[in-house]
Design a protein around this ligand. Structure first.
Ligand SMILES: [Fe+2]
Length: 294
């Protein structure tokens, strides 16, 4: 595949950490213009109270306005299971096109069934403006960006390369955090290993930006590393760990993990591109809880 991206382009990357879900959202600015992309935004939910708010997204919106940026893309690296996307909310305020991996349709089919959605829930990805295939490119101002299909955590996961920066979603964590789980429906530890190799095949000095950090062993939250650092030190795949070693480790670890706290609301909203479920005749909206369905 021809790589149209240019690693000499250095976008300005600003991370916004959400302490409620340990997610990092990014504003990525083309160095040559006021164009930007927003990667993996977060909508706040108090699940116990059933209350949706937008403090985290509003912080990003304020930043974009303050710096006079023009949002060209809202990128979801995947269908997140641990936080709700605020992409449509931000799109309503700032514009931009919403993009995700082509295999969103697989995820929609799986969870459309889990949540017993009717035929009004389209499983064709039409909630998004663009479905990326492996190797697809798009522009943020003068900067050519490229989506790389990196499944394993979920079937629709993509890594987005923008200049010398790559947004890996949940394909990798910081070197001392390792990797994300691969046991959700459609996940696969072997595929995740292969996808991680694709990320590690980028130039050594590529800046890598994580979607999550949990501050392992009490260290401060961090979200930026490099391909060289991950190759040398990642506790799950660094130092030349084999596929077999990784699959064995990942499978054993995943069997012990509890479901993410917000998986039920997250999937229902994120499979709709961040839109809330449709309102009933009285205008109220509800989330479902499938019993023994996950
Ligand atoms: Fe995830």
């Amino acid at each position: 595949m021809k790589d149209m991206t240019d690693a000499t382009v250095r976008p300005e990357v600003t991370g916004f950490f959400d302490p409620a879900t340990n997610t990092i959202s990014y504003v990525v600015k083309d160095p040559g213009s006021s164009a930007c992309a927003i990667v993996d935004s977060v909508m706040d939910i108090d699940y116990a109270a059933g209350r949706i708010t937008y403090d985290h997204a509003d912080e990003i919106i304020a930043f974009v306005r303050e710096h006079g940026l023009n949002v060209e893309w809202l990128i979801e690296t995947h269908v997140h299971a641990d936080h709700l996307s605020a992409a449509p909310y931000i799109q309503g305020k700032l514009g931009g096109k919403l993009g995700i991996g082509r295999n969103i349709t697989v995820v929609q089919d799986t969870f459309g069934k889990v949540f017993n959605e009717g035929t009004e829930f389209q499983r064709d990805g039409s909630q998004f403006d663009r479905l990326f295939d492996d190797g697809d490119t798009y522009q943020v101002g003068g900067m050519t960006c490229r989506a790389i299909h990196t499944p394993g955590h979920t079937p629709a996961c993509m890594t987005h390369v923008m200049g010398d920066a790559a947004f890996v979603g949940d394909t990798l964590f910081m070197p001392d955090g390792g990797s994300a789980r691969a046991d959700f429906p459609g996940g696969d530890a072997g595929e995740l290993y292969d996808s991680i190799q694709k990320v590690l095949a980028l130039p050594d000095e590529t800046r890598l930006f994580m979607c999550h950090d949990y501050g392992p062993n009490g260290r401060d939250i961090r979200w930026e590393t490099t391909v060289a650092e991950e190759k040398a030190h990642n506790i799950h795949v660094g130092g030349g760990k084999t596929r077999e070693e990784f699959v064995r480790f990942r499978t054993e670890r995943d069997a012990q993990l509890a479901m993410p706290r917000l998986i039920i609301p997250s999937l229902q909203v994120n499979m709709r591109g961040g839109a809330l479920p449709p309102a009933d005749e009285s205008g109220r909206r509800f989330l479902k809880v499938p019993l023994n369905g996950l």
